[in-house]
Design a protein around this ligand. Structure first.
Ligand SMILES: [Zn+2]
Length: 96
C-alpha cells in the first residue's frame, strides 16, 4: 500500500504536473529530447530508455532552475511540443 501523501506533497505534485505538463528536456547522455515526468513526490525527472540515464531534480530551488532551462531552450528542452504521453498525474516513477 502506498503511504498517504502529505498536503504539501499533494500540492507540489499538482503544481509541478501543471508546470511541466508539456515539458521536454535533453537526456544528459545523448542529448535527445525526452518528456519530463513527475515522480510520486512531485519532483520532475527525465528518463532515457536507450541510455538508461535518469535525471532527478530533488530540491525546490533546483525545480525552479530546471523549469527556467526548460522554458528557455536548453538543448532538447521544450514546453510547446505536444507530448505523446498521457496525463502526467497518471505516470508512475520507476524510482522514488
Ligand atoms: Zn539518452
Amino acid at each position: 500500500m502506498p503511504r498517504p501523501k502529505s498536503p504539501k506533497t499533494l500540492a507540489r505534485i499538482e503544481r509541478n504536473a501543471k508546470l511541466f505538463s508539456q515539458a521536454r528536456f535533453g537526456c544528459p547522455a545523448c542529448m535527445q529530447s525526452r518528456s519530463v515526468k513527475i515522480d510520486r513526490r512531485g519532483k520532475p525527472y527525465i528518463s532515457c530508455l536507450p541510455c538508461g540515464a535518469q535525471l532527478f531534480v530533488r530540491k525546490d530551488s533546483g525545480v525552479r532552475r530546471f523549469l527556467d532551462r526548460v522554458q528557455n531552450g536548453a538543448p532538447g528542452a521544450s514546453t510547446t511540443t505536444p507530448s505523446r504521453s498521457t496525463n502526467p498525474l497518471l505516470r508512475r516513477a520507476h524510482n522514488g
